[in-house]
Design a protein around this ligand. Structure first.
Ligand code: COA
Length: 168
């Protein structure tokens, strides 16, 4: 069985790794909407990390441990707004996609929420064209509750966004 763990995103190495993963403006928006400008840099991500507590967000990486070797495969964030909890900034390293890390990461986030935060529903937002992410969320039981048409424009495209909820 794979040993996949959720760990804190906390170091300058974590920051450098995340910068290397966001290799296009399009991916930057798919991943983080308008939160960061492209290209990502150390200043933006140091602010993100240093202000996480103040902003009520928890930052995570997902790591697989094999034979004492750690492979960091992805990133995610939990945003806590009163009684609402949101999973956001989910990203798996392009070279590691399709191997189950995204699914494991979301399952571990759900478990973390159940054990530590005890909310009964979790929400997220996703662009409607992002079929890999939507298929993953549906597989884990999230259902679409709202569509936000024309949420933003990018190049010549109109991007709609949907909200999905999981009751736990
Ligand atoms: C979405 C993302 C996180 C998925 O991560 P992943 O590690 O590749 O996904 P997994 O290998 O764990 O796949 C789990 C399930 O997701 C779905 N899925 C993943 N990739 C898919 C694809 N290309 N097409 C359709 N479904 C897909 C499938 O249901 C899959 O289950 P299956 O293998 O039993 O069919 C990853 O593609 C990614 O980082 N994308 C760019 C950033 C992004 O879109 N983030 C989400 C913002 S809301």
């Amino acid at each position: 069985m794979k040993n996949i763990q959720l760990q804190k995103f906390e170091s300058s190495t974590d920051i450098q790794r995340l910068i290397s993963w966001i290799d296009s403006e399009r991916l930057n928006i798919i991943w983080a909407s308008d939160k960061f400008s492209f290209p990502l840099d150390k200043n933006q991500l140091s602010d993100y990390l240093n202000n996480a507590d103040k902003n009520n967000i928890l930052l995570f990486k997902v790591t697989e441990i094999t034979n004492n070797k750690a492979t960091v495969a992805g990133h995610a964030e939990l945003d806590i707004f009163g009684n609402n909890i949101k999973i956001s900034r989910l990203l798996i390293d392009k070279t590691q996609r399709g191997k189950g890390y995204g699914e494991q990461m979301v399952k571990l986030l759900i478990k973390y929420i159940q054990e530590n935060i005890k909310h009964t529903s979790i929400f997220l937002t996703v662009f409607t064209f992002n079929k890999p992410a939507i298929t993953l969320y549906e597989k884990l039981g999230f259902v679409t509750t709202e569509i936000d048409p024309d949420f933003m424009r990018y190049e010549n495209e109109i991007w709609d966004r949907q909200k999905m909820i999981l009751k736990i």
